[in-house]
Design a protein around this ligand. Structure first.
Ligand SMILES: Nc1ncnc2c1ncn2[C@@H]1O[C@H](COP(=O)(O)OP(=O)(O)OP(=O)(O)O)[C@@H](O)[C@H]1O
Ligand SMILES: [Mg+2]
Length: 277
């Protein structure tokens, strides 16, 4: 794991090759956040939500951010999504600066609503349709993702006919149907019951393995963070900043039993301590 991280850093710090300008030759899907600052300012007030955030996320890496409420996790994710502007610093995706939202970044936010007037299948096909993907190809895509989220029998159902967990699975499929290089998830399972949450976590890991996307995930649930991630970033508040980063000492192939491993429990204890302060 440590070697992997080291390799990633090395790749990242490489300078552009001679003769090339601007865009560095970094692998696709890689997120580079450099000296990021976010200040919310009005005529009367100034609030520094993020200060000096530096974070590299490798292609196909699964990174989770944890931290107290208000420390700027959602703000950071929204900036990476291109939904919010940064005040200083830079965010690049695959070597290109992020200046707005893009189809290469899929988003799943808590309570992110589906289009109520579209069926499950139509919701999943929405992005590909906007991109001009032909009907047959779209059908193949939605079939594939309906299978991934195990909702084939509900292809023709409307969102109001689904449970919360089912809606959340459709939201994930809808994001994935765009074949994003990067999946940005802000507490996507926060409102689910414990059992559904565990099922969704396993489904997400399966999808992550199959689709080879890079995932940046936010949660308040330490168990969820450890179970899912390869790396965990702990943020602190006042102003929002990175306190510490942990490599998760577990194999990429996770089964529910890893939760009982001493490595899991030790990391859980350490994260718990850090978040208490
Ligand atoms: N549009 C805005 N204008 C002013 N301040 C804002 C705005 N959006 C967020 N903030 C402030 O920035 C800080 C970070 O908010 P953010 O939503 O990123 O926190 P968070 O870490 O996601 O919290 P939570 O865990 O509760 O979701 C908060 O103090 C919040 O009040
Ligand atoms: Mg938030």
């Amino acid at each position: 794991m440590a070697m992997e991280a080291l390799k990633r850093e090395t790749i990242f710090e490489e300078q552009p090759a001679e003769g090339k300008t601007g865009v560095r030759a970094v692998p696709r899907g890689e997120i580079a956040i450099r000296g990021l600052q976010k200040v919310y300012e009005t005529k009367k007030s100034r609030f520094e939500a993020l200060r000096n955030i530096d974070l590299n996320i490798g292609t196909n890496e699964f990174v989770t951010i944890v931290g107290p409420s208000g420390c700027g996790k959602s703000t950071l994710l929204r900036i990476v999504a291109g939904l919010d502007e940064l005040t200083a610093g830079s965010v690049a995706l695959g070597g290109e600066e992020v200046i707005g939202p893009g189809a290469e970044r899929g988003m799943v936010f808590q309570g992110y609503t589906l289009f109520p007037w579209l069926t499950v299948r139509e919701n999943i096909e929405y992005g590909p349709k906007l991109k001009g993907i032909p009907t047959l190809e779209r059908r193949a895509l939605s079939n594939h993702f309906l299978k991934v989220i195990k909702l084939e029998p509900f292809a023709g159902a409307y969102p109001k006919q689904l449970s919360g967990g089912m809606k959340q699975r459709v939201a994930i499929a809808r994001a994935l149907a765009n074949r994003p290089k990067v999946l940005l998830m802000d507490e996507p399972f926060g409102a689910l019951d414990a059992q559904t949450k565990l099922e969704m976590q396993e489904m997400l890991l399966e999808v992550w393995e199959k689709e080879k996307t890079t995932v940046l995930f936010i949660t308040h649930d330490i168990d969820e963070a450890i179970f899912l991630s390869q790396r965990i970033v702990v943020m602190g508040a006042g102003p929002g900043r990175i306190l510490k980063t942990f490599e998760v000492p577990l194999p990429d192939k996770r089964s529910p039993e890893v939760r009982e491993l001493p490595e899991f429990l030790a990391l859980k204890r350490e994260l718990g301590q850090l978040l208490k302060h």
